[in-house]
Design a protein around this ligand. Sequence first.
Ligand code: GDP
Ligand code: ZN
Length: 326
Amino acid sequence: MTDLTGIVVTGSNNVFLVETPDGALRRCAIKGKILRGLEGYYNSLAPGDRVRMEPDAFREDQGSILGMEDRRNLFWRWNEKGKSVQAIAANLDLVACVASARLPPFRPRFVDRVAVTTELENLPLLIVLNKSDLGADPGTEERLADYRRIGYEILTCSAREGRGVEELRDRIRGLTTAFVGQSGAGKSSLLNALEPGLGFRVGEVSEKYERGRHTTTRSVMITLGDGVTRIVDTPGFRRLAIRGIPRDSLVACFPEMKPLAEGCGYGLACGHQDEPGCSVRAGVEEGLVHPDRYESYLRVRSELDQTLEYAKKSGRPRRDYIDDDE
Ligand code: GDP
Ligand code: ZN
């Protein structure tokens, strides 16, 4: 049999559901142990990964994965348990961060962590503010205005009332978009509003993969009825840990701080934390950097610092400084 190229739809460990150009889904195991280049990842492949696969000669719904094409980009998080990068979705055109205006309250700290990840990967970010029917309080409006000011795109919608859904559908048409969000923000409701039954189809694909076991903890890629728009639905994260990146690269992931950091007299040696005369700190005082964004920077930075310290001391990361409310 000749090799095919396919795209990973869902999966974990060593078994993945792969869609081939004919539209068929095949359960595929990775041939050999670990794909080259993926050593040290928590998981090997993620939805959106393009692979070379070989169909099974006897069972047409099965096959083997022979290799992965280079990733254009990857949405990932740090897996605390595995102490490694967990791939969430690959080869994306856009990341949509679904947030809630109220109930649960808007959580800019989570948005900031998603934004750091998209900046690292050079991915455009769309902040989707759902539950607009409940109205946003002035504090939330002020934060949203600041995200706009620093260059992020925001779309306000209500899955319940259907407001903004058409705009969202237009924005993602023809693209591959990962939908991420904290649970309760209304991600599933929004997917169902985009296309009736979409949430159900996510469940169906997971089930096909799981063979009856019910889990909704994995990312799943689905194609909308138009045949060209792809969505990766991701599990509702409580928190996104960011580690495993050089700490000096962090400030560049905050677009409004980046030019200030480049002009900072301390140069690369500056942590932009409490160094007197630091340009980033001055930018906070002058209103160029929102204090809340700066606080997000400090928190992620201190996480990166502590990772280094604990790695040095014991070779093991510590969990007790993790603020789960973010
Ligand atoms: P998920 O965890 O992000 O997938 O969130 P769900 O889609 O399950 O929604 C969580 C809760 O928020 C449910 O009770 C939904 O009915 C509700 N919800 C979702 N979208 C909206 C909305 O636009 N407005 C309001 N008022 N409630 C919504
Ligand atoms: Zn500085």
